[in-house]
Write a protein that binds this ligand. Structure first.
Ligand code: GRF
Length: 217
């Protein structure tokens, strides 16, 4: 079986990277991580990759004159490694249009809200401030506008009385670790198509691990 070759882009803790590393440790999983790329030399996720024996590369954005040259260097590194799909996992830089176009339909992201609600940063603070009853997370293809793009998988968690942003974020994060490997699996199995309305349609969609693929067909 040939496995889909993933590059994972991180800036920090790397717990979603770890979830992908753990999924890929199963020889039956249809994807493998061939490169972990960080824009920060101190990202904790780099140690996770090293422990798993995965090649890492630090490309420090501060060493580049502009976003385009930084993004081109990342593309070069990922293409040299023969990357087939890019997984953003807590990568905290905005991406140039050129980069997003280059990896169109080959780049996915995880966001800690039920998109299209609560795009951007400080999500759980805003969820609590608005009194939302449910929170959750989304894996989606990347488009030019931040936190938009075809939705592949979502998971929902309740907002409970007494929740703080940190408590709620931890509840959501647990589900992130389920849906990111699930979304990658669906793509690697060739079950995700993008329709004429730029929606992700899943072949044989079923609820798995308590996560919903969207639209459920
Ligand atoms: C996650 O909450 C993810 O949804 C968001 O950034 C955070 C990254 O966490 N995009 P980690 O580095 O994967 O632990």
């Amino acid at each position: 079986m040939s496995r889909l070759k993933l590059a994972v882009m991180i800036s920090g803790r790397g717990s979603n990277l770890q979830a992908l590393i753990d999924a890929c440790a199963d020889p039956a999983y249809p994807a493998e991580i061939i490169l972990v790329l960080s824009n920060r030399p101190d990202a904790q996720g780099l140690a996770r990759a090293a422990t798993a024996g995965i090649p890492t590369r630090v490309i420090d954005h501060k060493e580049f004159a502009d976003r385009t040259s930084f993004d081109r260097e990342m593309t070069k590194a990922m293409e040299t490694a023969e990357t087939e799909m890019v997984c953003l996992a807590g990568f905290m830089r905005l991406l140039s249009d050129e980069f997003v176009d280059h990896w169109r339909d080959r780049m996915i992201n995880i966001h800690p809200s039920l998109l299209p609600a609560f795009k951007g940063l400080d999500v759980q603070e805003r969820v609590l401030a608005r009194g939302a009853r449910f929170a959750g997370c989304t894996v989606h293809y990347v488009r030019k506008e931040m936190d938009t793009g075809p939705i592949i998988v979502q998971a929902v968690v309740p907002v409970l009385p007494g929740d703080t942003p940190d408590v709620l974020a931890a509840r959501v994060l647990e589900r992130e670790h389920d849906i990111y490997p699930l979304a990658v699996r669906l793509i690697a199995e060739g079950r995700v198509a993008i329709d004429e309305n730029d929606r992700a349609v899943i072949d044989g969609a079923v609820a798995q691990q308590g996560c919903l693929v969207n639209p459920v067909g």
